[in-house]
Ligand binder design. Sequence first.
Ligand code: FNR
Length: 376
Amino acid sequence: PPLSRILSLMDMENVARQVLSHKALAYYSSASDDEITNSENARAFTRFFFRARVMRAVAHCDPSTTILGFRSSIPVFVSGAALAKLGHPDGELNITRAACKEGIIQMISSNSSFSAADIMASADQSQTLFFQLYKHRDDDIAERRVREMENLGYKAIFLTVDAIVAGNRERDIRSPWILEEQESGPVYFASGTSDEPKDGVNVFGTAGALVANDDRDMTWEKTIPWLRSITKLPIVIKGIQCVEDAILAAEAKVDGILLSNHGARCSSLPPLEVLYSIRQQHPEIFDKLEDSLFSDPLAGGIRRGTDIIKAVCLGAKAVGLGRPFLYAQSAYGQSGVSKIIEILRREVVTAMRLVGASTIRDLRPEMVQRVDWHPH
Ligand code: FNR
């Protein structure tokens, strides 16, 4: 269909499902075990309703904000997701160019199809890009990578901690091995490890191969000071899944946390519920973060402007989306990515006006209420 017919992120996903190869779709869309967490990530948003305020002047409405001090036209960023070339020959570059045009920040994956250097080369000088790090188990290799990213001009390191092994994604595992079809350069995955495919079947799937060399012995005491000692960039922990670890992250003095269950690729609580628990049980974490200009975004299951505004009301600085960007670039290349950002901007502004907010600052926790009954 012509791009003008795409009205929502779901419309875009439906087009992508028709154009993607079977194995690309299996890799992009699969989630852990029986994929119930995946639908729950999205369903969590339906348990939260607005308590909208009326009779407020909202003709002028500005949805812009900052993420780790960098400008963003809406409280949304691209969360790093691997292997964009599976869906379109221009892969991540589609996202970089559209993100520039639309004024949002792209976090690139450690396992992007294009190299971090190629992606940076296609970016505008003024553009902000973040780097997602899967820490190699060899500290020296990891250090070289982090220093390379800093030199290239990436503005923050998102250390992923929720995927030291891949979740059990059976649709990905059942579909054939895909990595050899990728440009192998930037993908520094396992060779000579026990996670290699046997008889053409890798029980850890594509994702398992991508993280096979990851450090499985990371700790707060060891890994954060190590990372601090090798980079001046802001450090964000990607994959916080409960209140206790949010507290530990704040104590470890990282610059931000990203609440995420890896897009339901592991089976923990929907990040929105974790955000709500922090708000209920330890609101002082938000005060600490604000004082230190921490950013505390959140990722998983976000498909609507109203979802974004609910999360921002509860205290998220911004939200990260993964699959929608992969689907949009698979379906229509760069213009598909621009399209979903425009859709999100329109939906965000509509939601802000309807709750009575003309700036992001006006969005408050008391504008959202969680209900116990299940709306469906
Ligand atoms: C991911 N995600 C991810 N995260 C990460 O830190 N490094 C990575 O390489 C990837 N790769 C990746 C590939 C695919 C296909 C998916 C679906 C996800 C997780 C990603 O950053 C983000 O947390 C989730 O995708 C957010 O959930 P939604 O928006 O996809 O529902």
